[in-house]
Design a protein around this ligand. Structure first.
Ligand SMILES: [Zn+2]
Length: 142
């Protein structure tokens, strides 16, 4: 992974996150507006069945089932207390290069850990199926 790949750092910027909230179901008279969502680090990642899925671009935590009175920053903190981005005291634009590189390292850790978890889940599912087949075969041979 290139540490300064354009695509990879794009979502560090508020404006780019905000642009993803097209079609977001909460716009007026509520706390989880696109602006507040983007400020709290979220990007909009809807699926066919759930138009309100949002994911932190940094820790990759996905949250859905938003209510108008949900405060994006608080929700982010409570569901992902170890996220470095939500704990950041400065704006990304104000970070030193060194601070930014450290942050990027943490982000890549989140990406790797998420893909490992997905791989483990896939493996476990495959193993479960295989085990079931083995048992079936063994029973049949009795
Ligand atoms: Zn996060």
């Amino acid at each position: 992974m290139e540490p300064f790949n354009d695509e990879d750092i794009r979502m560090y910027f508020y404006e780019n996150r905000l642009k993803t909230f097209e079609g977001w179901p909460f716009n007026e008279d509520c706390k989880c507006t696109p602006e507040n969502m983007a400020k709290a680090g979220f990007i909009h990642t809807p699926s066919d069945n759930s138009p309100d899925i949002a994911m932190c671009f940094f820790c990759l935590k996905e949250l859905e089932g938003w209510e108008p009175e949900d405060e994006p920053e608080k929700e982010h903190q409570s569901h992902s207390p170890s996220c470095y981005f939500i704990a950041l005291k400065k704006k990304v634009e104000e970070l030193s290069v060194e601070e930014f590189i450290k942050l990027q390292k943490e982000r890549h850790k989140s990406i790797i850990s998420k893909s490992c978890k997905e791989a483990v889940t896939k493996f476990e599912e495959a193993a479960k199926l295989r085990r079931a087949e083995i048992i079936k075969t063994a029973m049949g041979e009795e």
